[in-house]
Ligand binder design. Structure first.
Ligand code: PEP
Ligand code: MG
Length: 575
């Protein structure tokens, strides 16, 4: 989108994907392939086109495996992107369609690849679910790779950049960023993609500022053109004058100064200015060495989102495989608690190894614990693995999407039956606690009763807000209605925390709100003493905590509770 014009430079407005500031030359990375012309083959040519298709498929699989292995050394999760892409190359439907088009309709191989993928892409791009529509990037990436191999073109990458540059692209594909020399990338600006796109995920992991959603970006810019990027604001200034460059360089310095000052808090204890200990826990999704590195500056694991172990694979993880993963995390944290959340699948989280029943409202359907009740075999396998791992550390088992006491009783019965079964088998077990996520208002409102039935709880503010405000957390159009600081959220959190605290049961928060530095003092004022977050938020949260006293936080919470709208509360906290 175009901004103001009475000045010599042009301002483009997009969305902040990863915060940061950069000034530098633009490097246009336009890897668009030439769209093949609609073309047909003569009878007798089918075999050679089929053979060539099979050959490029094999080359693509080899190339993707090579990238996967090199990325795996840096980040196991990122490497999964390439496993998923290999699965696309081998997709059953696509691999029935392309040969059928060559054999029956006499389409040339390149036209068949282009067109069959285009059909899939149209469906993906038109879905309302941003996570699915953004996965279209993978299909597009695979199609580009197959066509480049078809034409015998070398795949270019971003690994051989000579100078530090601002990369501008329609969208960055996972394979583009595989060998990215992050030291040479000042910022990434893209036309497409959102906060959950691959470009954003990868930029975030490298700490590269990124702005996405810059409409028609490539039609405004030239190779080597000077630009100033403010990823905090989501703006890109083209041809900035000296004053703007000076201002941005100053902003950049300030950004890094702030960042390095914040980093000094990383290894300290979470402690208020008045000396009250605040527990800082870690949100994890895998047991990768990279993720577990944060164990040296966190007090515990606040939520292990175990569903990620089930994703991007062709078969469900077996009991022994899960046992090894859970054991690794428990051993790493030793006597410190590890909150292992049981499978939270459904809603926005899908499994490639099994088709979940189609539902009109998946967030209100058979998600998480409800799914586990519908598949006791899958649930029991996970509980068996977790209880066996309890021998190696301090296991706290947490149930997601609990809406009633019935859920708790039913789950606890399955857990105790499984425990008995393991004991009979002579498996060594440790002690463990059982708790719940408070993420559905119906359970929050009976927290006083629930606190007597479970050992602990963690507030899942992401879902609590979605269900309380009736605003789909994945729907950007509903964003204005998704108000994490809604007065109702504050009241619900305050009462839930009080009920658990009065019952002498630990309660924490593990949703995004718990790592929002603006909200942390307020949450302390509402009674929370344990915050769980991703590793990258730890230093900033500890810094905020160090600057607040319990008295001040309580004063802040009291005033916030007197306000009537989320907007007023937000404004008040910013001030
Ligand atoms: C939450 O809902 O706040 C939460 C932590 O769980 P998830 O984001 O995985 O649904
Ligand atoms: Mg949740």
């Amino acid at each position: 989108m175009l901004g103001s014009f009475f000045i010599a430079y042009m301002i483009l407005k997009g969305k902040r994907a990863v915060p940061g500031i950069a000034v530098g030359s633009i490097y246009i990375y336009n890897k668009e392939f030439n769209i093949p012309a609609e073309s047909f083959i003569l009878t007798g040519q089918e075999k050679s086109h089929l053979e060539q298709y099979n050959l490029v498929k094999k080359q693509a699989l080899d190339e993707l495996e090579e990238i996967r292995l090199s990325v795996e050394k840096i980040d196991i999760r990122k490497a999964e992107i390439f496993t998923a892409q290999k699965e696309i190359v081998e997709d059953i439907i696509i691999n029935e369609e392309i040969p059928a088009k060559i054999l029956n309709d006499k389409w040339s191989g390149d036209w068949a690849i282009y067109q069959v993928y285009e059909t899939v892409l149209c469906v993906l791009r038109n879905t309302q679910d941003p996570l699915i529509s953004e996965r279209a990037a993978d299909f597009d990436d695979v199609r580009g790779l197959l066509l480049r191999l078809w034409y015998g073109e070398k795949t270019q990458g971003l690994s051989d950049l000579k100078e530090p540059v601002i990369i501008a692209a329609r969208e960055l594909m996972p394979s583009d960023t595989a060998g990215l020399s992050s030291g040479k990338v000042l910022a990434i600006i893209t036309e497409r993609g959102g906060g959950t796109s691959h470009a954003a995920i990868i930029a975030k992991s490298y700490g590269i500022p990124a702005v996405s959603g810059l409409d028609a970006l490539l039609s405004y810019i030239k190779q080597g053109q000077l630009a100033a990027v403010d990823a905090e604001e989501g703006t890109v200034i083209l041809d900035p004058d000296e004053d703007v460059i000076r201002e941005y360089n100053k902003k950049r310095e300030l950004f890094f100064k702030e960042k390095s000052e914040t980093q000094t808090f990383l290894h300290g204890r979470g402690c208020t200015a008045c000396g009250v200990k605040i527990d800082i826990a870690l949100n994890i999704t895998s047991a990768s060495d990279d993720e577990l590195k944060a164990s040296c500056y966190t007090d515990s694991v606040g939520v292990f989102r175990t569903e990620f172990i089930y994703m991007n694979r062709s078969a469900l993880p077996a009991e022994d495989e899960q046992f090894e993963i859970y054991k690794k995390v428990l051993e790493c944290f030793k006597e410190r608690p590890v909150i292992l959340r049981t499978l939270d699948i459904g809603g926005d989280k899908k499994l490639s190894c099994m088709e979940l029943p189609r539902e009109d409202n998946p967030f209100l359907g058979i998600r998480a614990l409800r799914f586990c009740f519908s598949r006791p075999d899958i649930f029991k396998t996970q509980i068996r693995a977790a209880l066996r791992a309890s021998f190696y550390g301090n296991l706290w088992l947490m149930l997601p999407m609990v809406s009633s006491l019935d859920d708790i009783h039913k789950a606890k019965k399955i857990i105790s039956d499984t425990q008995e079964e393991l004991e009979k088998e002579g498996k060594p077990l440790g002690r463990f606690k059982t708790g719940i996520m408070v993420e559905i208002p119906s359970i929050a409102l009976i927290a006083q009763i629930v606190a007597r039935e479970v050992d602990f709880a963690s507030i899942g503010s992401n879902d609590l807000c979605q269900y309380l405000c009736a605003a789909d957390r994945m729907n950007s159009a509903a964003e204005p209605y998704y108000q994490s600081l809604h007065p109702a959220m504050l009241r619900l959190i305050k009462d839930t925390v009080a009920d658990f605290t009065d019952a002498g049961k630990p309660i924490s928060i593990c949703g995004e709100l718990g790592s929002d530095t603006k909200a942390v003092p307020l949450l302390i004022g509402l009674g929370l003493r344990k915050f769980s977050m991703e590793a990258r938020s730890v230093a900033a949260v500890k810094r905020v905590i160090a600057g607040v006293t319990i008295e001040k936080a309580q004063e802040l919470a009291k005033k916030a509770l007197e306000l009537k709208t989320a907007g007023e509360i937000e404004k008040f906290l910013s001030e």
